[in-house]
Design a protein around this ligand. Sequence first.
Ligand SMILES: [Zn+2]
Length: 59
Amino acid sequence: MTVDNFPAINCDGPGCTNATHAVQVRTATEVRRLRRADGWRTRPKGRDICPDCWKAGHR
Ligand SMILES: [Zn+2]
């Protein structure tokens, strides 16, 4: 059985389970770079924040 492995990032907002990934890249850093255009943000200490949490002020 083959498991596709691709980098993903998970939102670190309180109680948030949002996640995103990009199949065309190899590293989480590249995912973050691509998803920044969609509103994802990376905070100090490596916390990732999704667009919903960012707008809600959960930064
Ligand atoms: Zn979130």
